[in-house]
Write a protein that binds this ligand. Structure first.
Ligand SMILES: [Zn+2]
Length: 347
């Protein structure tokens, strides 16, 4: 009996064992490029470049992916899914480099501002990739659960199956909108930032949320839209919205997410052009302090000294960070190893 039980336990522990996966937050400067590496497939969220430092961003991504696909030659230089959160330079600009050098099977993006993102249309046309749009009507029809992408083929059979769910607020830019007792004026939704596709990755007990450059109004709209299902946004890892800007994270949303770890993608302090981290003041001290004050965030073994900006176009300040907050602007590329039991190791 004891042996049978042991065998059963062993069987289930083996059966339930998930492959680890890795999230690569690639340092492309003041821009986003995140690669999710599974045992049998790859998802990328954004492929942006720093406005004013295109060459540097391009070199960083090219070198990183060159090394990556050399190591993972079994993946045959394929990006299975590319999600472009929105049509801004710092989120899509390197798509032509990607599409020339790699096979992109699916591109998921938004129509809003697409006319300004000519490289996205060109890459899709050149390589005959169909653009899939998370438009307002589609997202509304998928309420209340969001658009689910099952990643069963991305892992070995018998292991935990990862899933990506996409959400998009997208209030009407013509008239604004009212949901319950909340009203939304049209002006903030003239900005592509507030049309960012929100992606949630779940993998067993592990979960991560990517909000692109969603700003306060977009966050408020998203949570109003999903007000009866806010636990959908309860995650462990938060890819901090809008590069750590003061308008990309709210206390209310942090309380819904209850993250343990936060990661920021932002650029080098030495750059002094308008598209740089200095030009935008990212990450903002205000945001880092908000994350520090969030009770769900995990304490680091020891505090680290990092820089953050009190405002845009001013000298950054050195501050102490005690919680698990990381930034590509502090340490360069960040790799996070994630297992399906919800254990996270930042390398
Ligand atoms: Zn951005």
């Amino acid at each position: 009996m004891k042996n049978t039980l042991l065998t059963l336990l062993l069987f289930f522990s083996l059966y339930a064992k998930g492959d680890d996966f890795k999230a690569h937050f690639i340092n492309v400067g003041q821009a986003d490029a995140t690669l999710l590496e599974f045992s049998k497939g790859v998802v990328m969220i954004d492929a942006g470049a720093e406005n004013g430092s295109l060459g540097l961003s391009r070199n960083s991504l090219t070198n990183y992916l060159g090394d990556f696909y050399q190591r993972r030659s079994d993946l045959s230089k394929t990006i299975d899914i590319l999600i472009l959160t929105h049509n801004h330079y710092d989120h899509y600009k390197l798509i032509l480099d990607l599409s020339k050098n790699y096979t992109i099977k699916r591109i998921i993006t938004t129509k809003f501002y697409l006319e300004k993102a000519k490289d996205v249309v060109k890459a899709a046309k050149n390589e005959k990739i169909k653009l899939e749009f998370m438009d307002y009507r589609l997202m509304d029809s998928l309420m209340p659960k969001g658009y689910e992408i099952n990643l069963a083929n991305f892992v070995n059979p018998g292991t935990t199956i990862p899933k990506i769910t996409l959400y998009s607020g997208k209030a009407s830019v013509k008239t604004g909108e009212t949901i319950g007792n909340q009203s939304f004026s049209k002006t903030p939704f003239n900005d592509p930032n507030n049309h960012s596709i929100v992606s949630k990755l779940t993998y067993g007990k592990a979960s991560m949320l990517f909000t692109g450059d969603l700003e306060n109004d977009g966050i408020r709209y998203l949570t109003a839209k999903y007000q009866n299902n806010l636990s959908l946004f309860d995650v462990d890892v938060y890819h901090v919205g809008h590069h750590g800007a003061e308008n990309g994270t709210t206390k209310e949303f942090l309380d819904i997410m209850t993250p343990k770890i936060a990661l920021i993608s932002a650029g080098d302090t030495a750059h002094r052009n308008s598209g740089s981290a200095w030009g935008h003041g990212h990450p903002r001290i205000w945001t880092v302090e908000l994350l520090e004050a969030q009770p769900s965030m995990t304490l680091q073994k020891q505090a680290v000294k990092v820089h953050a900006y009190p405002d845009e176009e001013v000298t950054p300040k050195i501050i102490d960070v005690k919680k698990e907050i990381y930034c590509t602007c502090w340490t360069g590329n960040i790799i996070m190893l994630v297992d399906s039991n919800g254990k996270y190791t930042v390398q």
